[in-house]
Design a protein around this ligand. Structure first.
Ligand code: ZN
Length: 119
């Protein structure tokens, strides 16, 4: 039998405990590191919009000037998810709840007729 330690995707700590199951039956885990910003995570996500690597790419694309629909098309997630990720990323970066996302990202769409070519 081979046992693989479960690692927290945020702090890479192996001090992780099982934390119940999702409605679909997938095992949830909880990070026991007190300094870690992440609490609950899954090893395998069903939605692309929940995968930490995809969420990082959303923020990177926003910083590099990609629009919301642009980002959604490239990463194959919904525009609504892109907006939700950007709003939450601002909160996670500052660790302060209820800070307006608009102070870091401009969430307004590009004016009509100025659309960039699709990649
Ligand atoms: Zn952690």
């Amino acid at each position: 039998m081979v046992s693989v330690p479960v690692q927290c995707p945020h702090c890479h700590s192996t001090e992780v405990i099982k934390a119940g199951k999702q409605a679909n039956g997938a095992q949830r885990y909880q990070c026991q590191n007190g300094q870690c910003a992440r609490r609950i995570f899954l090893l395998q996500y069903q939605d692309r919009g929940r995968v930490p690597e995809v969420r990082r790419q959303v923020v990177d694309m926003a910083i590099n000037g990609s629009g919301i629909r642009d980002t959604a098309r490239v990463l194959r997630i919904s525009p609504t998810t892109v907006i939700a990720v950007l709003k939450k990323s601002r909160r996670a970066a500052t660790r302060q709840p209820h800070v307006a996302a608009s102070s870091l990202f401009t969430l307004h769409p590009r004016p009509a007729g100025t659309r960039r070519r699709a990649r």
